[in-house]
Design a binder for this molecule. Structure first.
Ligand code: HEC
Ligand code: HEC
Length: 300
């Protein structure tokens, strides 16, 4: 009996040791990945200051989800607060105390949005820059104009503290920083003309790929905590509900966050997209209809 207990004790000590060593490795590996420096060449864009451009920037910001992570007033908001994933908040990006540092210029805002990189070269966590990287110069200029126009909010930015599961996912490459995914040398179009066209739909739909995947087949969202539902399959595959919808069903679902069958969309599906205008939603629908059918979750 005594011997057995001794063995058990040794086995438990060994296990705790392995877990501890594993935790230390994950900690250092994830730190190394998060500290990686990205040298990017930020091409300046013209930043207008007229009311029309600011209004356009506001519409883009509202429909790209900036407010979901940075708050309605852009003064910062908690996005993830979960034991496994940690505490992640979008910072205050206004000119108030606790907001963007003094001297954070247009180029620094563009570096964050297009490249997902801070002025000192660190890759931003969770900030979905890959969804914004291909935005036209005109739209980027409008967003910067809008961000600069909002009233200063005096609120300290909440520091990011990653939980053990998030660290493990970073360490083993399951969560990649957007800065790693973006082709930083990519040439962005100067202007993209809004219209009910497949091209404009494709342009807008890049903002869906962070969750619905590069081929829009949905499935598990890599960066999401365990309680996030899988993203829906948006391809014409019969597994996707949307394959049976009409354009009007699609538009009504985004606008009301309720499906044609009356069920509500989980709040992980950003309500912001419901503010896209008719032309934008029609273009998105037109583009989604051109996709090849793909089984749910069939993307890397
Ligand atoms: C899914 C959440 C999310 C969305 C959507 C989002 N951001 Fe962020 N953003 C973040 C987080 C989190 C950080 C801080 C990341 C870090 O420090 O590692 C950040 C950082 C920033 C920064 C500061 C960069 C720096 O160097 O300090 C700016 C500017 C910014 N975001 C602008 C925007 C704008 C504009 C939009 C909309 C076009 C937007 N963000 C959409 C989460 C988000
Ligand atoms: C932050 C992650 C995220 C982004 C970004 C996102 N979605 Fe979703 N979406 C989801 C999740 C999660 C669901 C499933 C919701 C549920 O199960 O209730 C969903 C569901 C949907 C549905 C309902 C389909 C069905 O079968 O029920 C539609 C339509 C949809 N998304 C369209 C879009 C479009 C279009 C975009 C881009 C403009 C987009 N989504 C961007 C996460 C996201």
């Amino acid at each position: 009996m005594k011997k057995l207990l001794k063995w058990l004790g040794l086995a438990v000590t060994g296990l705790v040791g392995v877990v501890l060593v594993g935790a230390v490795i994950v900690y250092f590996l994830s730190n190394a990945k998060l500290a990686r420096k990205f040298v990017v060449n930020v091409r300046p864009v013209a930043v207008p200051s007229d009311a029309g451009a600011i209004a356009r920037g506001k519409h883009i910001a509202e429909t790209r989800g900036c407010a979901e992570c940075h708050g309605k007033d852009l003064g910062g908001a908690v996005v993830i607060d979960d034991g496994a994933m940690g505490h992640v908040a979008g910072p205050n990006i206004t000119r108030g105390t606790g907001g963007l540092p003094a001297g954070f210029g247009d180029v620094d805002i563009i570096r964050a949005i297009r490249h997902g990189v801070t002025p000192d070269g660190r890759g931003l966590f969770l900030m979905p820059a890959a969804d914004f990287a291909t935005m036209s110069d005109a739209d980027m200029g409008a967003i910067v104009a809008y961000v600069k126009s909002v009233a200063p909010v005096n609120r300290p930015s909440d520091p990011i503290k990653l939980g053990p599961v998030a660290r493990a996912l970073v360490a083993f490459g399951k969560i990649k920083l957007d800065a790693e995914k973006i082709d930083h040398a990519n040439v962005r179009p100067a202007v993209v003309t809004p219209g009910v066209t497949v091209e404009y739909g494709r342009y807008l739909a890049i903002g869906c790929t962070g969750c619905h995947g590069s081929n829009f087949s949905g499935g598990k969202i890599a960066i999401g905590p365990p309680d996030w539902p899988p993203a829906a399959n948006l391809t014409p595959d019969p597994e996707g509900r949307i394959s049976k919808w009409t354009e009007a069903d699609f538009i009504a679902t985004l606008r009301t966050a309720k499906r044609p069958n009356g069920t509500e969309l989980n709040p992980v599906m950003p309500r912001a997209f419901g503010q896209l205008d008719d032309l934008e939603l029609k273009a998105l629908w037109m583009f989604l209809k051109t996709l090849p059918a793909a089984p749910t979750g069939s993307h890397s």
